[in-house]
Design a protein around this ligand. Structure first.
Ligand code: FDA
Length: 325
């Protein structure tokens, strides 16, 4: 359910001058260029964080546009290695053409994942709306089948299909599955997804449990206390935690420069004190770093798709003590 305040924030923001939106979004977007993103990561490295980088943009209208993302991500990977940062990359499959031409889109993604494999770098396929859920999961399955294990998908707790997806990924990949689990940012239709807060939290927590039980690598991407608390309890129940080698009997292999079977993931600029507390307790904590020239289009589209983001942002702006970067 989206309240009147969220709707009001969205209606107001889309009418604001671009400079104002830029000013507000500064804490959530690292900048327009790779250099700016590198500077943010170097700064946060001193806190002990690790990173995943997202070049802003998605759903392209011609296959030529995919080349931009391919080239930019190659630059990103080089820069990560040159600067010796603890970072990997997150890509949007539709930015590589998956919705225009599935075969060519898949070739682009494969090319990038192969290049990343040479650097032992992990590639996360961000999960977009339900039109590409199956295609995104299939891409990960196909790449693993070809021996490219440095790639994993995101699953969204709000979708009814998620538990079944975990089961079928476990069947195909065994404990080699490597997930990011989040609630899901897209407001999906009621016939395929939960729509109220409690159901979404419960479903997300159930997915986390299923992933841990399967021996998978679990990246919990949430700033929400009930999800974090649930994860901490699940870790305890499995005897997992900071500095402990993953004790699950069915745990997957040591993976592509990751933590002991799990990590927490948060967005740049959101709930910094919570992230730093988890870091201080020794948990591996990854910050999602978006950057790119398309920051404006991206921010406005996300707001329109899910107006609750608008109320989070407005709250952080008007009541900064509730959400420090
Ligand atoms: P919730 O929305 O309840 O937020 C909890 C609290 O966190 C809020 O009260 C507020 O204080 C703060 N907060 C959360 N979001 C904020 C924001 N944008 N600005 C300011 N404050 C905010 N989704 C998806 O569909 N596909 C994907 O691939 C990803 N990838 C992804 C990566 C990472 C690292 C994260 C953290 C999240 C995603 N998501 C995503 C988004 C995710 O599905 C979800 O929409 C958001 O994380 C918000 O849900 P929370 O669980 O954080 O809870």
């Amino acid at each position: 359910m989206v309240g009147w305040f969220s709707k009001l924030v969205v209606a107001t923001t889309v009418r604001m001058p671009k400079w104002f939106v830029r000013w507000v979004s500064r804490r959530y977007v690292a900048g327009e260029t790779l250099n700016e993103a590198m500077a943010v990561m170097k700064r946060l490295s001193s806190e002990g964080a690790c990173f995943t980088i997202d070049v802003l943009g998605e759903e392209i209208s011609s296959m030529e546009e995919a080349n931009f993302f391919l080239e930019e991500y190659i630059r990103v990977m080089r820069a990560i290695r040159e600067e010796n940062l603890d970072a990997n990359i997150s890509i949007k499959p539709t930015a590589f053409g998956l919705l225009i031409d599935q075969k060519k889109g898949m070739e682009n993604i494969r090319h990038l994942v192969e290049m990343a494999a040479k650097e032992d770098m992990f590639v996360r396929l961000d999960m977009e709306d339900h039109r590409v859920t199956t295609a995104t999961i299939d891409a990960v399955l196909a790449l693993h089948k070809e021996g490219l294990t440095n790639v994993g998908t995101v699953l969204q707790g709000r979708l009814f299909r998620t538990l079944a997806d975990i089961d079928s990924l476990e069947e195909s990949l065994g404990p080699g599955a490597d997930y990011r689990i989040c609630k899901g940012i897209y407001l999906e239709p009621e016939d395929i997804s939960f729509t109220n807060y409690t159901d979404i939290v419960d479903a997300t927590n159930a997915a986390i449990d299923r992933m841990f039980a399967a021996g998978s690598y679990v990246g919990v991407a949430s700033h929400d206390q009930p999800v974090i608390d649930h994860t901490l309890s699940a870790l305890k129940a499995h005897g997992m935690g900071p500095g402990i080698e993953d004790p699950r009997p069915n745990a997957g292999p040591n993976r592509h420069q990751k933590g002991p079977g799990y990590e927490f993931q948060m967005l740049l600029g959101v709930r910094g004190p919570l992230r730093r507390r988890l870091l201080k307790e020794g948990h591996r904590t990854r910050v999602y770093i978006p950057y790119g020239e398309k920051w404006y289009e991206y921010s406005i589209r996300r707001l329109k798709e899910n107006p609750t983001i608008g109320s989070h942002v407005a709250k952080a702006f008007l009541m900064p003590w509730t959400n420090r970067p």
